[in-house]
Design a protein around this ligand. Structure first.
Ligand SMILES: CC(C)(COP(=O)(O)OP(=O)(O)OC[C@H]1O[C@@H](n2cnc3c(N)ncnc32)[C@H](O)[C@@H]1OP(=O)(O)O)[C@@H](O)C(=O)NCCC(=O)NCCS
Length: 130
C-alpha cells in the first residue's frame, strides 16, 4: 500500500534515483541536500515518488513531482499533489505555481484537470557561475 509521508534524512539517495528514473536529473548536480518541504510516496519501504515545493515569496513553486515509471498511472502523482496542497493550506498558503515543458502533455492535462490557469510559456535554463 502506498503511504505518503514527509521526506526524512536518509531518503536522499532514493530521491536522486527517482529523479534519474523520471528524467528530471541534471548531470553534475548535487542532490544530497533538500531543504524545502518534500513529501515522498513509499511502498513497502521503497520511495516510489516525491513532490517538492519551494516555500518562497511572493508565491510558492511546486518544483518537482516524480513517480517511478513502474508505479505511474495509479494515482500516486495525484495523491502527492493533494497531500502537498494540504501542507500548504495548513501554512495559510492559498496559491502556488508550477512549470511544465511544452511537450509534457500528460502533466499539462493534469494541470488543466486540477483547475490550474496557464500563465505563459517558460523554459528552464541552468547557468553555472564561472
Ligand atoms: C507526472 C507524473 C508525476 C504523474 O504521476 P502518476 O502517478 O503517473 O500520475 P497519476 O496516475 O496520479 O495521475 C493521473 C494524471 O494526472 C497527472 N497528474 C498527476 N499528478 C499531478 C499533479 N500534481 N499536477 C498535475 N498533473 C498531475 C498525470 O500527468 C496523469 O496523467 P494521465 O491521465 O495521462 O495518466 C509522472 O508521470 C512522472 O514522474 N513523470 C516524469 C517526471 C515529470 O514530468 N514530472 C513533472 C515535472 S517536474
Amino acid at each position: 500500500m502506498v503511504n505518503i509521508r514527509y521526506a526524512q534524512g536518509g531518503d536522499e539517495p532514493q530521491l536522486e534515483l527517482c529523479m534519474k528514473a523520471c528524467g528530471l536529473y541534471t548531470e553534475g548536480q548535487d542532490y544530497s541536500q533538500w531543504d524545502q518541504p518534500v513529501l515522498v510516496a513509499e511502498d513497502e519501504g521503497k520511495v516510489i515518488g516525491f513532490i517538492q515545493c519551494y516555500l518562497v515569496k511572493p508565491i510558492p513553486i511546486m518544483a518537482q513531482l516524480a513517480v517511478w515509471p513502474d508505479y505511474q498511472h495509479k494515482g500516486v502523482g495525484r495523491q502527492l499533489g493533494d497531500a502537498m496542497e494540504v501542507v500548504l493550506k495548513t501554512l495559510g498558503i492559498t496559491q502556488y505555481i508550477c512549470f511544465a515543458e511544452k511537450g509534457n502533455l500528460r502533466l499539462i492535462e493534469g494541470y488543466r484537470q486540477r483547475g490550474m490557469k496557464e500563465l505563459g510559456q517558460v523554459s528552464q535554463y541552468l547557468r553555472k557561475i564561472p
